[in-house]
Ligand binder design. Structure first.
Ligand code: ADP
Length: 376
């Protein structure tokens, strides 16, 4: 089977070698196989050909005048990791081969080589090229599907639900005609369930959007104490409703965290919310900070129902909920969101718990910019 019948059209091969005889031999053999070939006698002009010629495979001589083969390899890998590179080497020592592989070369071809050896190594390189292009295509397709799914959920699901809610407001408010007390009670129950559904969709969307965020995008230094104060303020009404006391202990005002402020706040609102939700009547939630190695650690301890050892590793999974009698409503996404946010901040979550006594959720955030006056 010729090389041009491998489903990548006419394969394009670039040869960068200062020896004219080698270049000629390669071109002859590979053109006979239906490949398109280009030649450069030194590295700089070879690298310039990458943009116009767009080769599938590049043969690079290790020893050339001007920039050396290793540098050419590194530059090609920098430009496009899908270009397959093969090193032509006159002194096929193991060290130079290993070194070139480290610089991204796929294989090496010792001089002198036969036409069959050249064909074989080119075939293998083209197979590799095909596989990596396919992998890239699949990755792009997966990303597209994820994006489409997000927009499907937000537009096709969320928008009609909001419209239904609007109609219920109209009905419940008696604007479309007088309604009885019983009808009003039913409408209110529908509204509660609908709100739960909307909250679930919003949490799920939030989780998907965290995945889209790149590390350091929109990151800044901010005061951790301030963020925790704001989170406490948000959950205080729930604590009052459940008769749970919230105690903030010694969060040093000078602690600076480098990150996405609103997301870090989300960590604490979620954990405080859970500490209250899974607590007992007259229980408490205590928040304290400490240092441990390179991290600031914020412990959120509650006097609640606790989590058994075998469940602890599972509670941060998406949609995982522990089934308990009379369990509070939820989506099973809160801790998954906390974990994802901590991942992109190079932090971590540790959970310690004793059944029927309570749990401590420890948030680890890197203390790289502590009191240094900010990040450069
Ligand atoms: P949700 O609270 O919406 O169910 P989470 O992801 O926040 O989702 O939590 C997953 C599960 O972990 C919960 O269903 C709950 O059973 C358990 N859990 C979370 N926080 C606590 C806590 N502070 N005490 C006891 N159990 C908890």
């Amino acid at each position: 089977m010729k090389l041009n019948s491998m489903n990548i059209g006419n394969p394009k091969i670039l040869i960068i070698d200062d020896e004219e005889a080698i270049c000629d031999a390669c071109c002859q053999v590979l053109s006979g196989e239906g490949c398109l070939t280009e030649v450069s006698f030194e590295g700089v002009s070879g690298l310039k050909k990458l943009d116009d010629f767009k080769p599938d495979v590049v043969f690079v001589d290790l020893k050339m005048p001007g920039i050396g083969g290793m540098e050419v390899l590194a530059k090609i890998a920098e430009k496009d990791t899908n270009i397959v590179t093969i090193v032509i080497t006159g002194y096929a020592t193991i060290e130079s081969a290993v070194e070139s592989m480290k610089n991204g070369a796929f294989d090496f071809l010792p001089k002198p080589f036969t036409p069959d050896e050249l064909r074989l190594i080119t075939r293998r390189a083209l197979e590799k090229r095909k596989a990596s292009l396919e992998a890239e295509r699949l990755k792009e397709e997966k990303e597209m599907m994820r994006q489409n799914f997000i927009s499907l959920v937000s537009h096709e699901l969320r928008t009609p639900l909001v419209a239904v809610m609007q109609y219920l407001e109209v009905l419940g408010g008696g604007i479309a005609g007088t309604i009885s007390q019983e009808q009003s009670r039913i409408i209110n129950r529908i509204k509660i369930r609908l709100n739960e559904l909307l909250a679930l969709i919003d949490r799920w969307l939030k989780l998907s959007r965290i995945e889209e965020l790149k590390l350091n995008e929109g990151f800044q230094d901010f005061s951790l104490a301030e963020v925790i104060d704001e989170a406490v303020e948000l959950v205080q009404p729930l604590a009052d409703e459940k008769n749970v006391s919230l105690q903030l202990k010694s969060i040093a005002p000078e602690i600076l965290v480098y990150g996405e402020r609103e997301m870090v706040k989300e960590i604490f609102t979620n954990l405080l919310n859970n500490g209250i939700k899974y607590n007992r009547e007259n229980g408490s939630v205590v928040v304290e900070s400490r240092e441990e190695g390179d991290f600031w650690v914020i412990d959120i301890s509650d006097t609640g129902v606790g989590i058994s050892d075998d469940q602890i590793p599972r509670v941060t999974e998406e949609f995982y909920r522990i089934k308990r009698e009379g369990s509070a409503a939820g989506s099973g996404l809160g801790l998954a969101i906390v974990k994802k946010i901590l991942d992109i901040h190079n932090g971590k979550l540790e959970i310690k718990s004793t059944l029927n006594q309570g749990s401590t959720f420890s948030v680890y955030l890197p203390r790289s910019s502590m009191m240094t006056g900010g990040h450069s």
